[in-house]
Ligand binder design. Structure first.
Ligand code: ATP
Length: 447
């Protein structure tokens, strides 16, 4: 592994262990890796046995992908451990093992909320039982909001809210993972040299984060929560089947996604035929407003008509017990020797992280950072740099040629209808193909 400036490999620099009665030893030989829970773009997560018959999850990050001074990580891990909120995944300990950073966290035995709901749907389908997930999804969103409210009240933004980062354990408890972690990552490691490279997953990204016209704030997490609601209902996020650059364009250009704007998971029709109430649709609509100022805060959502009934501890407890018995109990534990399949992190193109290379030094807040300051560049999966300004300019040009000033809020079909020109869809396809040829070389039409 290439040496990085300021990156000490001495594990004592990073080792942070628990101050509570049990000390999590910063020594890899003390842990038995029982099974793989999942694989992200930069890390592998294991279920592990610790001394005294304890269990934990260990996230193993290759240091080639870590672009943060280990002393800084140490401070952040300490801060994460102080984030004592029942809906936020804490970090027991962190240390360096050879070329990897090990992060020890509580084991959330049912894995991600998406994995858990999809597995439950599969079990119910095999039993010929009807899956009704709306109540469970609302419970998960309510718990997530409680954690998110804590993060926002502490002046921070999570920046990577998605169902893969909302975890469930066997009791039906919900915790937000990866708070602070993804901001340490870099894609391409030494290749990037001086450029600051940020990573993220475009499908959950708020339009203002992509555009960076007026900057963005904690309301970006509310957009991501709306996308997470759709993801849990449909089995995957809107635009997840497209390459990252197309996701950026569609998110900026199209109306906000909804339950109706994309088809259900066609993998095995798991989410098909589930009915969702107007209440659920309204919640999604509230979160997915393009103008961040119009989006509600966590507090407004928690105290609003849709979710406030769950603020009653008795109701919350009932909901927790219901999800435990109807979902958690029928889904095998992740990473256990007996579990037949690990949570699949289905890598659809739009799920793949993109890298945002900053051409100048900027302060980087913790968390996956969706920053497009002036002069920033977007790297699609082929790592070919494209300026976000170029993307927006191309969109402007395309808009002028096709639908006039409203192109950003209208779909190609609508444009075609309004202009009476059947060729608009072809123009869009041609534009996308040309754009893709110039950028990443992927063929949108084949997807
Ligand atoms: N403490 C934990 N307990 C149980 N499962 C976990 C835990 N931490 C992470 N996971 C699961 O492990 C898998 C891999 O997680 P990881 O954070 O590496 O990737 P990701 O968030 O899915 O993808 P990306 O790399 O794009 O962010 C995911 O399915 C995640 O839900």
């Amino acid at each position: 592994m290439a040496e990085k400036e300021g990156m000490e490999k001495d594990s004592s620099i990073i080792a942070v262990s628990n101050s509570s009665a049990f000390e999590w030893p910063p020594d890899p030989s003390c842990y038995e890796l029982i099974g793989k829970i999942g694989q992200g773009a930069f890390a592998t997560v294991w279920r592990a046995k610790a001394p005294e018959e304890r269990e934990c999850a260990i996230k193993v990050l290759n240091l080639d992908h870590v672009d943060t001074n280990l002393a800084e990580i140490r401070l952040e891990v300490q801060a994460m451990r102080l984030s004592l909120h029942p809906n936020i995944l804490t970090c027991y300990a962190a240390f360096v093992n050879e070329t990897n950073l090990w992060l020890l966290t509580p084991l959330m035995s049912k894995g991600s909320s998406l994995h858990c709901l999809q597995r439950a749907r599969r079990v119910l389908r095999d039993r010929n039982e009807v899956a009704k997930m709306e109540d469970h999804i609302l419970y998960i969103l309510h718990e997530t909001l409680l954690g998110l409210q804590y993060i926002h009240e502490n002046g921070q933004i999570h920046r990577d809210i998605k169902a893969g980062n909302v975890l469930l354990d066997g009791n039906g408890d919900v915790r937000i993972a990866d708070f602070g972690v993804s901001g340490w990552l870099v894609q391409g490691g030494a290749q990037q040299e001086k450029a600051k490279t940020f990573v993220g997953t475009p499908c959950w990204m708020a339009p203002e984060v992509m555009e960076q016209v007026h900057g963005y704030d904690y309301k970006a997490d509310i957009w991501s929560l709306g996308i997470t609601a759709l993801e849990l209902a449909k089995g995957y996020a809107p635009y997840a089947k497209y390459p990252p650059m197309k996701v950026l364009i569609l998110t900026i250009q199209e109306d906000p996604p909804s339950l109706e704007s994309y088809i259900d998971d066609d993998d095995d029709d798991l989410a098909c035929f589930e009915e969702y109430t107007r209440t659920f649709r309204t919640l999604v609509q509230l979160c997915l407003q393009k103008n961040p100022a119009k989006r509600p805060t966590c507090q407004e959502l928690l105290n609003g008509k849709i979710l406030s009934f769950m603020n009653d501890p008795a109701v919350r407890q009932t909901k927790r017990e219901t999800i435990r018995s109807q979902v958690c109990d029928i889904v095998p534990d992740v990473g256990s020797r007996s579990s037949s399949s690990s949570p699949s992190n289905r890598q659809m193109p739009g799920n793949a992280p993109i890298s945002i290379v900053l051409s100048k030094e900027v302060d980087r807040p913790p968390g996956t950072t969706w920053v497009f300051p002036d002069g920033s560049q977007v790297l699609s999966s082929s790592m070919t740099p494209v300026s976000i300004d170029d993307v927006l300019e191309e969109l402007d040009e395309f808009g002028k040629q096709t639908g006039g000033e409203h192109y950003r809020s209208k779909s190609a079909e609508e444009l075609a209808k309004n202009s009476g020109d059947d060729n608009v869809q072809d123009d869009l396809d041609a534009f996308m193909d040309e754009f893709e040829q110039n950028t990443a070389g992927e063929d949108f039409r084949r997807l």
